[in-house]
Design a protein around this ligand. Structure first.
Ligand code: SAM
Length: 349
């Protein structure tokens, strides 16, 4: 399958029983929500005939799924195809096959082999032709520092602040200052399904990656969202308003090593990487005496999976005189060669 588009919103499709397909198709056509670049396909589900109707990203009111094998009308031109004859042929092999759409901004990592401004601009212009609703293209050089800030530069356009829509949640951010990991999407969705009626402490909240989906979908009693970086904290506050969860999510601008409340939480999210274990003491101490769940994230070399994160939790709990039951160990995404971003769910008693 010609893997061209990365990102969660380019192969959206709705699945409709054949008998209701025409009404739905004309309704979507009327609302200009059909994605005319892909073919409507027949598929079978549990012995019943369905049509996969390709749609644009933001369709409300239908069950939207990712189309496994989209079929395109005419010859779909990949980015590389579009740049043939426009950039030096020697550089074509370095043209990326993947990019990310955050709101109406395109984020692209381009190999260092391509350093000419001319080629960079040609790549960006082609991307804007592929995504006419996007306003700017930004080159990504990676994430750095305690605040996990992206190192990025604008290639075309001047729009860097955008609103990204995901799973019925809105995230405002300046993509030159704030990271947004597409690889964490499944974990964001998972966190949106837990916490109902609970007191939750999100120790590394960022712009609300977990706190917002949880507030919007799971309706906890309260989410205490702690963020140290004043820029991220500013967007966290904005996103709380944007998603109308001000009655649930309480933002705190501070260092979770100092401001994490003690003995209040039914659930604690430690969504950080690299040095998360330095904060395990505070994470465990935040959990109610009656017990609760800890979601402990870390970046772990393949060879230490899952012993290291598990033993770190056990050691910290023992030091706090608490019992641990390891509930689940999950790989979230490949972090770097041989290293995984993982999460361990543990019940702390
Ligand atoms: C990048 S986010 C985490 C990503 C998020 N879990 C996700 O799923 O995409 C980590 C956040 O923790 C914040 N942070 C780092 N150290 C912190 C600390 N000691 N206390 C509170 N927040 C902290 C960073 O500023 C950053 O916004």
């Amino acid at each position: 399958m010609d893997k061209r588009l990365i990102g969660p919103d380019m192969n959206k499709t709705i699945l409709i029983p054949v008998e209701n397909a025409e009404i739905t198709r004309s309704d979507l056509l009327r609302k200009n929500l059909l994605d005319g670049s892909r073919k409507i396909k027949l598929t079978w589900l549990k012995g019943k005939r369905f049509l996969e109707i390709p749609v644009k990203p933001d369709v409300e009111g239908y069950t939207v799924i990712e189309q496994d094998a989209p079929e395109y009308y005419g010859k779909w031109q990949s980015l590389k195809d579009r740049l043939e004859g426009i950039i030096p042929s020697a550089e074509l092999e370095y043209v990326p096959s993947g990019w990310q759409l955050i709101g109406d901004v395109i984020i692209i990592s381009i190999s260092q082999e391509i350093d000419s401004r001319k080629t960079e601009t040609a790549i960006a212009k082609s991307l804007l032709k592929m995504y006419p609703r996007c306003k700017s293209v930004i080159r990504d050089f990676g994430i750095r520092g305690q605040f996990r800030e992206p190192n990025r530069k604008i290639i075309i356009g001047d729009k860097v602040e955008t609103i990204h829509k995901e799973h019925k949640c809105l995230f405002r951010m300046d993509v030159t200052k704030i990271m947004y990991s597409k690889g964490n999407l499944p974990e964001r969705k998972r966190m949106s399904k837990v916490g109902s009626g609970e007191i939750v402490v999100d120790m590394f909240a960022g712009i609300g990656y977990f706190s917002i989906p949880m507030g919007v979908h799971a309706k906890p009693e309260q989410v205490i969202a702690i963020e140290l970086n004043p820029v991220s904290y500013g967007y966290l506050c904005e996103n709380i308003k944007l998603n109308h969860v001000g009655n649930i999510v309480k933002p705190i601008n501070g260092d979770c090593a100092e401001v994490t409340p003690q003995g209040v939480a039914d659930r604690v999210i430690m969504g950080y990487v690299g040095v998360t274990h330095h904060y395990l003491k505070q994470g465990i101490r935040a959990i109610k005496k009656s017990g609760g769940v800890l979601h402990y994230h870390e970046t772990t070399p393949e060879s230490l999976l899952f012993n290291r994160p598990v033993s770190r939790i056990r050691d910290a709990a023992r030091a706090a005189g608490r019992k641990v039951e390891i509930m689940e160990c999950r790989r979230i995404k490949k972090y770097s060669p041989g290293v995984w971003h993982v999460v361990v769910d543990a019940r702390i008693q």
